[in-house]
Ligand binder design. Sequence first.
Ligand code: SF4
Ligand code: SF4
Length: 371
Amino acid sequence: MTAHAPLPPAPPIGVLVELTHRCPLGCAYCSNPLALERPAAEIDTQTWARVFSEAAALGALHVHLSGGEPTARRDIAAITRAAAEAGLYTNLITSGVGVSEKLWGELVASGLDHAQLSFQGTDKATNDRYGHYEGAWEKKRAFAAMVTNAGLPLTINAVIHRGNLHQVGAFIELALELGARRLEVAHTQYYGWALANRAALMPPKAEVMDAIALVEAARPRLSGQLVIDMVVPDYYARYPKPCAGGWGRVAINISPSGKALPCHAAESIPGLEFWNVKDHSLAEIWRDSPAFRAFRGTDWMREPCRSCERREIDWGGCRCQALALAGDAAATDPACHKSPHHAGIEAMAAAEAKTGPSAIRWRSYKEKVEA
Ligand code: SF4
Ligand code: SF4
């Protein structure tokens, strides 16, 4: 195989828009950056509408309305309508907290196609603790009922860590009870707040493997009833995941202030130049933005990725994780067993998993922590 030049391979399949970093919850595993963007920097409805038109013209099929909590935007219904009118399939990624029946009616009327609802646990105590919001449990259940009563497809998103790993089976039952069509069991990815809280969240490997086996056993049993997606934990993996489907290959993230990112954590890599949708069209960004070109394709790779038969399967893994764990964004993701850092991070994970209860930094604007 020859190395590939950093040209965009095809249109992005989807665009994930972080409409705001505001959120009533304070999840310990939140992947938003430690330096959260302020409400005053958020781009306006009209700019989002233009971005959606450009995304559709570029060939994107769907838009994920995310955050933070996207319904914290007062114009969320207008934003949803603009995305639907652009011809995009619209997916609301929400905590479900703070969505009144009135707002829900407006979202449905605006053309919303799908809702993805997060749960932090399968009982009130666990859910409210890890979301850092008392009363979230009841509000989330009420939101799930509004979605299914409206006949919209519902996905339950469960981020798994040491504090709720024992509930994987119960998450499957909860998804069935709530009438969800899909469950995403996502082991915590250690970026942003999750990286800051890693010692408090890291589960033991043996329990992770048991949970993975439980999901794999449930899949055929629930075929046709519930689809279960699973994001496996990097630190115990043999190969890395193709982060964001491969850098600059299938997806665009846009921050609340309009910065276009190849993945949601890309700002953790110093020196990358991110173009803003206020200054450039999405087509220009997709084709020419320095940040999107930086790790697109295979030209940037070094050994062992450069000559590896999997280099166009996992694309070398996650650049942000390579920087965080190997100190070099162009290194092989240490989640890969071929990385010289792999044994070290697995040992570190095992050691952290054995620590007792650790202090948690709940995600918040108030800390004013800089990344
Ligand atoms: S992970 Fe939790 S705190 Fe972060 S945006 Fe989602 S609901 Fe809010
Ligand atoms: S060496 Fe690189 S390309 Fe090969 S499996 Fe590991 S991360 Fe993937």
